[in-house]
Write a protein that binds this ligand. Structure first.
Ligand code: 6PG
Length: 238
């Protein structure tokens, strides 16, 4: 079992958002300076909103930054619930308005119908991610790696495709949006930094449970916690 992941505890959600935005800006700046471009993968949901709002105001050469969705609900980009809409509204704005955004929602009635087109979008990306920003669900999911979901096995393969389709078991966490498309564990190979951040007592309990023994399928974030090749950095706020 790899060493326990250290959890940085922040005084407040605001403090956590500022700290992550600071570090993310530094990560992007370093990639721009060393490689002339930066490619980051970002999650949807709701927790990242203040992080993205802050990050979008940072004076970086955003014209050389590519932002990729970590996962997506199978809804159109202009519809409620769309992660692409959430990221476009909160990150691809202000100074970051000129960043390139690569969404995962493609034409097709189901994620599996749209999978080939989504994979083609990622195939155009030449390098590993410089930064991956992940959230955590109270059920122990991250990205769209939901417990016991159809497609979860492929999502967790480090040597499989970089995108896969997910059909999650309906729960209070998924709501009606059980059809998803997600980056897989393989998409994180070679990533410069992989950070997970979450807030509240329920997610702290989920984190503590995920850090204990148990099946990965029960709490799929465990796949990252137990992976010696992923140096996960974790952040929490009350
Ligand atoms: C999504 C996200 C998902 C998210 C967690 C936490 O599609 O919902 O990508 O993986 O990161 O569910 O979501 P909250 O930040 O809304 O709690």
């Amino acid at each position: 079992m790899p060493p326990a992941i250290s959890l940085t505890e922040h005084a407040s959600g605001e403090a956590m958002a500022g700290a992550i935005a600071d570090r993310a800006a530094a990560c992007i700046r370093a990639a721009l300076e060393t490689r002339g471009e930066a490619v980051i993968a970002v999650s949807g949901g709701s927790t990242p909103k203040p992080v993205y709002e802050d990050l979008s105001s940072r004076p970086l050469d955003w014209s050389r930054v590519t932002v990729v969705l970590v996962d997506e609900r199978w809804v159109e980009p202009d519809q409620a619930g769309s992660n692409e809409r959430f990221v476009r509204d909160n990150l691809i704005r202000d100074k970051a308005a000129c960043a390139r955004l690569i969404g995962l929602k493609t034409p097709g009635d189901t994620p599996r119908d749209g999978l080939e087109a989504a994979r083609a979008r990622l195939a155009a990306l030449s390098r590993p991610f410089d930064l991956v920003l992940l959230g955590l669900g109270p059920d122990g999911h991250t990205a769209s790696w939901f417990p016991h979901a159809e497609g979860l096995n492929e999502a967790l393969q480090p040597d499989g495709p970089r995108v896969t389709a997910i059909d999650a078991r309906p729960s209070a966490v998924t709501g009606a949006l059980t059809r998803r498309i997600t980056l897989t564990r393989a998409a994180f190979n070679g990533a410069g930094a992989v950070w997970i951040f979450f807030a509240g007592a329920d997610k702290r309990e989920a984190w503590e449970a995920a850090c204990r023994d148990g099946d990965i399928e029960d709490m799929p974030v465990r796949a990252l916690l137990r992976d010696p090749d992923i140096h996960l950095e974790a952040h929490w706020a009350p």
